[in-house]
Ligand binder design. Structure first.
Ligand code: SAH
Ligand code: SF4
Ligand code: F3S
Length: 460
């Protein structure tokens, strides 16, 4: 690995400077991007940096960006801008921007023209070249742009600095081939590619051996895992293999695309005792016409049939979804179809988004973009409906017991801490009563958005 030399070179340069060298990675966007951020942190550590919790006094700050919606991008520009002063005051400070945003030409150009204090810009496929870029920047003091090809965080055996002490991300594939017409991911992440099952299993074993209690298998569409591999394997088979690893841990995965969600997968969830009874199955819209124009390749009826099958096979499964309101041409009628679907689907929770026009996508060229005030009204209406449904579902769990993973990270305020149950419920308990790890919890009251629980003491 040629990077190795650059890692050593950077380390040597840093050792010549006194003191600790703090680095901070700001990651935005999806869990995949967080996983990439953990690899960038791994590389930074090898180069001799200490990973900090904030960018305060950091000598190296990386913005690992997301391009999914305009808001996400605006936030990055704002936060990068804030560091201009610190950068001008510290000649050793390096600011880098990477990830999905810079993979778009007009954005890379904006950083080049309007953010002269950004020292390094590297794309999603250039991550393995970070040590080389840092070394070159340190030695020639020039701005560097690398949006070229490469394996990026897809490369095997990259070091990882895992941010959570008990929960580990495990990417099983990269990229996306679905080309939903609103979505920028296929444009910035490239074609879908699955990792070899043996590499995934080996990493899962390392994670378990290191004491992690939860593994989340990640991909933009995990249900199509294995396509294109020399020895094809389905996601359901992979799930069974990860489940077979001995140890006290649980397994989650995201995201599932409804068009590829199969009976085989649901049966694997039922059969694998470590796989949580929870599936994130984004529907995006309840209108068949909108779904067709989004290129989602299923209908609302197919989606409901899937939910029915899921609940027959795994009766206590909970389901969450993503919804986009204000897709170009979305009529009142279309929106009502989404409302109706929400009532029928009864998701535990939804992540709703106002459609954001993304350059280079097909939907950006569609006529009849929806005025913001119409989208906002629809968004609000959906939010109110979903809040009511979520509250009813949480209420229905009162009096039951479940297993919750507490990791000390999720502060729920007022002396409480929250964790996720095996069915993905948010459960809150007094901080001093919570262990670090799994606990049996009695669900005594609904708080609406979560459940108040009481730890059930078990005899050792
Ligand atoms: N691969 C996943 C989703 C990844 S993006 C899937 O297909 O389900 C996460 C969510 O962001 C999407 O589910 C969608 O609801 C939302 N999203 C994507 N592009 C968007 C856009 N242009 N405007 C608004 N929301 C968008
Ligand atoms: Fe985007 Fe669709 Fe791929 Fe999800 S499946 S990442 S929404 S193109
Ligand atoms: Fe955003 Fe890139 Fe993920 S666009 S949602 S960070 S793949």
């Amino acid at each position: 690995m040629p990077e190795k030399d650059y890692i050593k070179e950077v380390r040597a340069l840093l050792e010549k400077r006194p003191g600790e060298h703090r680095a901070f990675v700001h990651t935005y966007g999806c869990q995949q991007n967080f996983s990439d951020g953990e690899k960038l942190e791994g590389l930074l550590e090898q180069m001799g940096y200490t990973i900090a919790d904030t960018d305060e006094n950091a000598e190296f700050v990386i913005f690992n960006t997301c391009a999914i919606r305009e808001n996400a991008e605006k936030r990055v520009f704002g936060n990068v801008g804030i560091l201009k002063k610190a950068h001008s005051e510290n000649p050793d400070m390096i600011i880098a921007v990477c990830g999905c945003m810079v993979q778009q030409e007009h954005i890379a150009e904006k950083f080049r023209q309007s953010y002269p204090f950004v020292d390094i810009v590297f794309g999603t496929h250039a991550a393995t070249r970070l040590p080389e870029l840092v070394y070159k920047h340190m030695t020639v003091k020039k701005r560097l742009f690398d949006i070229g090809e490469g394996e990026g965080c897809m490369a095997e055996h990259l070091p990882v600095h895992r941010d959570n002490p008990l929960k580990a991300n495990l990417p099983i594939m990269h990229g996306c081939d679905n080309f939903c017409t609103y979505c920028v991911v296929p444009l910035v992440r490239g074609r879908e590619k699955s990792r070899l099952p043996e590499n995934i299993i080996a990493e899962a074993k390392e994670i378990v051996a290191a004491g992690y209690k939860e593994i989340t298998l990640l991909g933009q569409n995990v249900n199509s895992y294995g396509k294109g591999l020399e020895t094809p394997i389905s996601f359901a088979q992979l799930l069974r293999e990860v489940n077979a690893i001995p140890g006290d841990f649980r397994i989650k995965f995201m995201t599932s695309h409804p068009k590829d969600c199969t009976r085989e997968l649901l049966e694997a969830i039922r059969d694998c005792e470590k796989v949580c009874h929870y599936i994130h199955l984004p529907v995006q819209s309840g209108s068949d016409d909108v779904l067709r124009r989004m290129n989602r390749r299923y209908t609302a009826e197919h989606y409901l049939d899937l939910l029915k099958m899921a609940r027959e096979i795994v009766p206590d499964i909970t389901v969450t979804s993503d919804i986009i309101v204000g897709f170009p041409g979305e009529t009142e009628e279309d929106f009502k179809a989404t409302v109706e679907l929400s009532k029928k689907a009864r998701w535990l929770m939804t992540y709703s988004f106002i459609y954001s026009k993304r350059e280079g996508t097909k939907a950006a060229l569609m006529e009849d973009q929806i005025p913001p005030e119409v989208s906002s009204r629809r968004f609000q209406e959906l939010l109110e409906l979903q809040t009511k449904i979520s509250h009813e579902i949480n209420e229905s769990y009162v009096g039951k017991t479940t297993t919750v993973l507490f990791d000390d990270e999720c502060d729920a305020g007022e002396g409480y801490i929250s964790g996720r149950s095996f069915e993905n419920l948010v459960v809150r308990v007094p901080r001093e009563s919570a262990p670090k790890g799994f606990a049996k919890v009695y669900l005594k009251e609904s708080l609406g958005w979560a459940l108040d629980g009481e730890i059930i003491k078990t005899e050792e």
